[in-house]
Design a protein around this ligand. Structure first.
Ligand code: PEP
Length: 253
């Protein structure tokens, strides 16, 4: 059975104090209400990783970063490497979020290197792919997403690809309140899985968790998570409110 994962992406939000309050609320609710084998991940801003990790202690909730450098160390002011994440025992990192692609010019080749750095440091990459609205409207969304997956993941060997979590996030659904229908999500997740299967075989593709992201909310999560190829969610705005986020985590149970 594939691992179910619900990851919250806090982006550049919250003060440290607010982050601690949110974490405390989530720890209580997850411990009391979340059953089953879902992994909950909080992807926090870099300066909060260690304080939040320490706060979580032996809670079942994990912490994740939102990005890492393509370099190991050196004169790269403002950057944080996967080696540093490893040194803090951070288990997850988002790679290739559409905001990184759009505002920071990250391309498929660069993201392939970041994926390598994460894996080399035993940090699980949550690799994001997804098409902008104009591509969806042109009808070339499947081709683009397949290309994104190919460019950044298909250099990996059979063992390494199984350590990657994929997140399909249609750009037109991120932060817009416009969610993909469950059919649109399922169709693209199946395309991604089949594409991986064509290269690595279906036994391998069947092991890879593919998360959906894009305006997931408590009231649409159940329907999205019921899709055969949707193994959880990457949640932005709704992860900033404890009750809303826990309801989303519970929706996969
Ligand atoms: C995201 O940032 O990955 C995301 C899916 O955001 P939202 O849930 O706010 O659309």
């Amino acid at each position: 059975m594939r691992q179910k994962i619900v990851a919250g992406n806090w982006k550049m939000n919250k003060t440290l104090e607010e982050a601690h309050i949110l974490t405390a609320e989530l720890m209580g609710m997850v411990a009391d209400e979340v059953k089953g084998n879902v992994i909950t991940v909080l992807c926090a801003p870099f300066p909060y990783l260690l304080p939040i990790k320490n706060q979580l202690g032996n809670s079942s909730i994990k912490v994740g970063a939102q990005n890492c450098s393509e370099h190991d160390s050196g004169a790269y002011t403002g950057e944080v490497s996967a080696t540093m994440l490893k040194s803090m025992a951070i288990p997850y990192v988002i790679i290739g979020h559409s905001e990184r692609r759009q505002y920071f010019g990250e391309n498929g080749k660069l993201l392939a290197t970041k994926v390598d750095k994460a894996l080399a440091n035993n940090v699980t990459p949550i690799f994001c792919c997804g098409e902008p609205l104009e591509i969806r409207e042109k009808g070339t969304h499947e081709a683009l997403v397949k290309q994104q997956v190919e460019e950044s993941l298909f250099h990996l060997n059979q063992e390494a690809i199984q350590k990657v979590v994929v997140a399909y996030e249609p750009v037109w659904a991120i932060g817009t309140g416009k969610t993909a229908t469950s059919q649109q999500a399922q169709d693209m997740h199946a395309v991604i899985r089949q594409h991986i299967a064509a290269k690595y075989g279906s036994a391998t593709a069947d092991k890879i968790s593919i998360l959906y992201g894009g305006s997931v909310k408590a009231d649409n999560a159940k329907e999205l998570f019921a899709c055969a190829d949707v193994d959880g969610g990457l949640v932005g705005g709704a992860s900033l409110k404890s009750r809303e986020f826990v309801e989303i985590v519970k929706a996969i149970g």
